[in-house]
Design a protein around this ligand. Sequence first.
Ligand code: ATP
Length: 523
Amino acid sequence: MQITLQTRSPSRTTLGSISFAAPSLCQSIFWRTSYTFEVLYAHLAPCITTLSGQYWGQRCVDGPISVGLFYFGEFTFTMLARFFSVMMFTPIFMITGVFVAVLGTICSHLSIKAQLSVKREMSTAKAPVLGRLGAAVSGLVSLRAYGAQEAFTKESMKRIDRYTRAASTFYNLTRWVCVRVDAMGGLFAAGLAAYLVYFKSHGASNTGFPLNMAVGFSGMILWWIQRLNELEVHGNSLERIEKYTNIEQEPNLTEGGIPPAYWPSSGKLEVENLSARYSPDGPKVLQGISFSIRAGESIGIVGRTGSGKSSLTLALLRCIFAEGRALYDGIDTSKINLDSLRSNITIIPQIPELLSGTLRQNLDPFDQYDDATLNSALRSSGLFSLHKGGDDEGRVTLDSPISTGGSNLSVGQRQVLALARAIVRGSKLLILDEATFAIDNDTDAIIQSSLRHELGPGVTVITVAHRLHTIMDADKIMVLDAGKIVESDKPGELLRDPKGKLRALVGESGDREHLFELANFQQ
Ligand SMILES: Nc1ncnc2c1ncn2[C@@H]1O[C@H](COP(=O)(O)OP(=O)(O)OP(=O)(O)O)[C@@H](O)[C@H]1O
């Protein structure tokens, strides 16, 4: 008698056509039951996976989860079906099957122990390789200009070697477990074949069918063990994510930390005994400094490298650990929420960050202002002064594209844009940290004049400067040294002291006369 069985399901158009002679009743029952389950599964599985996909999709990515669950279910079902069909024919092999599964699990556990630590090493070694590659791509021109290719390649090779050492060990460990589990699967199938052929021969169909099932089953066991192994090893990435989520956080927003709606109405700033450090147990980089700035004043901060100028601006924004009091328009900055504080102080850092998009999106990310306001801010910041040549192609407009980090603009242009952004935001306190160091003198002069005339009344400007001429006409200059204010007064007054720190800095400068002139100081 010849029977042909053909199964169909939406997931697999045709599972296969199996022909065999004189099947036993048992085989016939098995295939019928199996077919019924298959059909049921084919209809139920999409519903189950869609539902579970929707449930998990709220937390994760819908598509991959649904597909993953579908195949997971299908695979498990097939594996169990194969296992039970072998057991139906040769129950004695249940003992061997369990033995193989236990041995496989032991092997997998052994390799996981080694793989986890190697995977950690791999993850740690991968970041420097990728970082180096990114640096090479972005700094290609500088690398060639300075002839640093060889040194760069050497260092890159060292990093790649470190990564490869870990990666090849990881690969070998994977092979170690695969070879063993494969061998066990093979032994299981070979043992079964020998048993069926030599000890329990009931014809070709009764030997071929369970043998076929057994070979498939042992392959699937291997797949299962590998997947579980991978799951555990890749769980290491979750461990890393968890580490990042558990890092020290800034204080949460509170109801009591919301400042009144009118705040800040002016840029008045009073600082009392402000000390700051970069870590809770680090040294103090600001040593109890006190000063007060009236609304609308322009203050210059100077000092030698490492004197604490940038740290002072960071302490005002509460970006580093600070003690003491800083009152911004009468409100203690430590009592208000960080987002309120930082959204009301604009800082233009040494190298401003821009986002990829258009210039308009960078100036006004929430689409709150019209083009006239944005163009006016660009004009005030001095951007249009950069287009003296009248070359339309290179002209920066609101629709000009900006690459990630502003990499298609010069550092000077980025600073001008950051200034325009500050003008648009209209904060009452503007901090320029060496903001004009990359701008040529002419543009700088335009910016300085714009800062004085375009920011409106009540806006306090604190300028951290190395180029003294940017602050010589400020209302007040503070000279920092080793985290302390050593001098603070009008520029003219400070210059009067022949032993003064500012006088010494001006004396070292090449354009001393011009600086004296800017400060209205007669020698
Ligand atoms: N991230 C940091 N972690 C620890 N200490 C830091 C950090 N940044 C700066 N410092 C230390 O804080 C002190 C003040 O540095 P700061 O950057 O404020 O000086 P600066 O006057 O702005 O210098 P520069 O003119 O070179 O920018 C220095 O002693 C410096 O070593």
